[in-house]
Design a protein around this ligand. Structure first.
Ligand code: BDP
Length: 687
């Protein structure tokens, strides 16, 4: 149990009754394997049934007994074509599927049908998931199609195989042995990815070097693309905007210069010659030192459209990131909105703007970015982070499902009540041609892919939500536990409790009540005393928090009514965002009856207690799950507890120097003084 199989861990079903029922249902498979994708379907079902049911069903061309699973499309299966389900299929689109129990030619069968082979693959993964999670199959009738067209994983992998903000070993892509050696991980990665319905992966860091679009690298990347193609996964590449200079020897990269335009057109042709189903470019431009069109006096739309024109003839797209900020404004969280809203309607149809979930960065908690809902004429993607840059790297247990949901369920009020971020991203609010969800996933060569075994759960939740944003985070946690650990009810409820507490715990001991950027330069430990932290929390003798009300930076104006008024009003704002929008007196009365100071301290202490609670719950699993993962997570939770105490004490002691108020009675006193914790910032090495 080393975690390698992730959620495709097809262990034999222990429940005898269920096992018998499933075995009787899946004695035979009827499927025409006339495409790579259908071959992948057969491989997966064979793997799945062999593991889960301890049998390898026979693959046949016709139904001749009960207990047959029939898969296909009307185009490749006469049986499916004869079923009179066209009405239903018409509603499934290119990627949807249906699974039904049916009586065909007098035999009991289960049918997985779709309009495309890829739909069949998604249906097969769904069926396997049902078995893995012990679902009843009687009167089975499932209809499912993705809510969003783009469901993407972003890797921040470098040519030297280091991974920016990656905490699980080296990059998965072995550049030195490609294209000759096809590491088995590539195919397993594709299975894992497709099982969630993810249909595109950007394989390299957004802080991009030009290497990836050279012929030398394209040969290597083409191999990955070939392995991913049967699984419906397109490869995208992050590009460096200055490539015409560094690779092409041109004087500049001005998007309106015909030499530059032609250079990109030629490069794009080369790319499609190697990778016929290439997805397109992911671009971080004029952001954190990356080059972009601004150097040449051009705006983001001009910059993106030039690339979009080059990609258009091949069906490629440009994913343009909205993560921009400079020294220009006093409030960084205003910047992306101020930059991009005036450009709404100026981007070509094959450009999509990729916007981080919050307006700042991947903080433990942020309100949603006001750009969601503010771009009726610009295709929009959300960017989440699965890798735990600000959440304890590979060391802490943090299930991000609830955090993703908090954003997706948030109401933008763009078109009145109910215009949630999820609906914006699915194209229900505005008529987007392209939209969806991306996540920075950053797995690596660690045997379990993600370092901390529970990072897998955030990856899982992200993928499932990209398919269907309405799924509850708790339900996804439960699915993941069943597939990854066990179907035992005690195990499920215990791990689920841990997971569902973990997000709040992570916020509470780090940055409660809307605080942000309290971390050290490595983003791992606390440094509330640093200049950067001070810019964000603005703590002083009077109080703490960033004034973004109409009297401050007025970032509240970027939200639609009534949110702008609610966020502006210290009495109505949800307290979890209080210090994000307000500079609040230490003595301010909170809803609990405590003063702000007391509440803040209690939150820090609660965070530590929650981690201790998670430890106790985990300990109770001893003997109920495999020893290997039990010990691993137990050790990691010890680190997490220690870090949580450090965060709490650093923050409480530092803020106390300003509030000059006591730590409420009954709470354990910090073991050391503030200087000790300040020293840790210099002494603790973060790899
Ligand atoms: C920041 C990360 C940095 C990324 C940047 C980005 O610290 O490593 O390059 O985001 O998303 O949060 O471009």
């Amino acid at each position: 149990e080393d975690g390698y199989s992730m959620w495709l861990r097809y262990n034999l079903i222990e429940d005898e009754v269920l096992l018998k029922e499933y075995r009787e249902t899946f004695e035979n498979i009827v499927l025409t394997r006339n495409s790579e994708t259908l071959q992948a379907v057969e491989n997966e079902l064979t793997k799945g049934f062999t593991g889960l049911l301890g049998l390898s069903p026979e693959v046949k061309s016709d139904i001749d007994s009960n207990g047959t699973l029939v898969l296909g499309t009307p185009a490749n299966s006469e049986i499916i074509a004869s079923l009179k389900i066209q009405n239903k299929l018409d509603r499934l689109g290119e990627e949807g599927f249906l699974i039904e129990q049916k009586n065909i030619q007098g035999y009991h069968t289960i049918v997985v049908a779709a309009n495309t082979d890829l739909g069949v693959l998604y249906g097969a993964f769904h069926l396997l998931r049902m078995i893995q999670t012990h679902q009843p199959l009687a009167n089975l009738s499932v209809v499912s199609r993705p809510h969003m067209p783009l469901r993407l994983a972003n890797h921040w992998d470098n040519v030297d195989r280091s991974v920016e903000r990656g905490y699980a070993g080296l990059s998965l892509w072995e550049w030195s042995t490609l294209p000759e050696y096809k590491h088995p991980r590539y195919a397993d990665y594709a299975r894992m990815t497709a099982s969630l319905g993810i249909n595109g992966v950007a394989i390299n860091n957004v802080n991009a070097v030009a290497w990836f679009i050279t012929d030398h690298f394209l040969k290597k990347i083409a191999v990955l693309a070939d392995i991913f193609r049967p699984y419906g996964i397109k490869v995208y590449l992050s590009i460096n905007y200055s490539s015409p200079v560094s690779l092409g020897g041109l004087d500049g990269a001005d998007p309106l210069d015909s030499m530059v335009i032609n250079w990109w057109k030629e490069r794009v042709q080369h790319i499609y010659a190697s990778i016929p189903n290439f997805g397109g470019f992911l671009v971080k431009a004029d952001s954190e030192g990356q080059p972009g069109p601004k150097t040449y006096g051009r705006n983001h739309a001009q910059g993106a459209n030039m690339l979009a024109e080059a990609l258009e003839p091949f069906g490629g797209i440009v994913i343009w990131r909205a993560f921009v900020y400079g020294e220009r404004q006093a409030d960084r969280v205003r910047e992306a909105y101020d930059e991009f809203v005036p450009l709404d309607g100026k981007f070509k149809d094959n450009v999509v703007l990729q916007i981080k979930n919050g307006p700042l960065d991947f903080m433990p908690r942020e309100p949603f970015s006001p750009l969601f809902g503010a771009l009726p004429k610009t295709n929009t993607l959300i960017e989440f982070q699965v890798t735990q840059e600000y959440l304890g790297n590979g060391n802490h247990l943090v299930y991000k499902g609830p955090m993703f949901k908090e954003i997706l369920d948030a109401d933008t009020y763009a078109k009145g009540n109910g215009s949630t971020v999820g609906k914006v991203l699915s194209g229900e609010v505005f008529d987007y041609k392209l939209s969806g969800m991306a996540a920075v996933v950053n797995p690596g060569t660690d045997r379990n892919w993600t370092g901390h075994p529970f990072v897998q759960s955030s990856w899982y939740a992200f993928g499932r939500l990209a398919w269907d944003y309405s799924l509850p985070a708790g339900e996804l946690a439960e699915e993941w536990i069943r597939m990854t650990f066990s179907n035992d009810e005690m195990v499920i409820s215990t791990i689920k409790k841990i997971m569902m507490t973990s997000g709040e715990a992570a916020v509470n001991f780090r940055e409660p009540l809307g605080l942000t950027h309290i971390g050290t330069g490595s983003h791992y430990g606390p440094a509330p005393w640093s200049n950067r932290s001070n810019r964000f929390h603005q703590a002083d003798k009077y109080g703490i928090g960033f004034d973004r009300t109409i009297n401050g930076s007025n970032a509240v104006e970027q939200y639609y009514p009534p949110l702008n008024d609610i966020f502006n009003d210290i009495d109505r704002i949800p307290e979890k965002y209080l210090l994000w929008f307000h500079h609040v007196s230490w003595n301010h009365q909170m809803k609990s009856g405590h003063t702000l100071w007391e509440e803040l301290v209690y939150k820090y202490y609660e965070g530590v207690e929650q981690v201790r609670q998670m430890q106790a719950e985990w300990d109770s699993l001893e003997g109920m799950i495999d020893r290997q993962r039990f010990q691993h997570v137990k050790a990691l939770l010890e680190i997490q507890e220690c870090d949580a105490v450090r965060w709490r004490n650093s923050c409480v002691l530092y803020f106390q120097t300003l509030s000059e108020l006591p730590i409420p009675e009954g709470l354990e006193q910090p073991k050391h003084d503030l200087d000790y914790y300040k020293e840790l910032e210099r002494k603790v090495y973060v790899p």
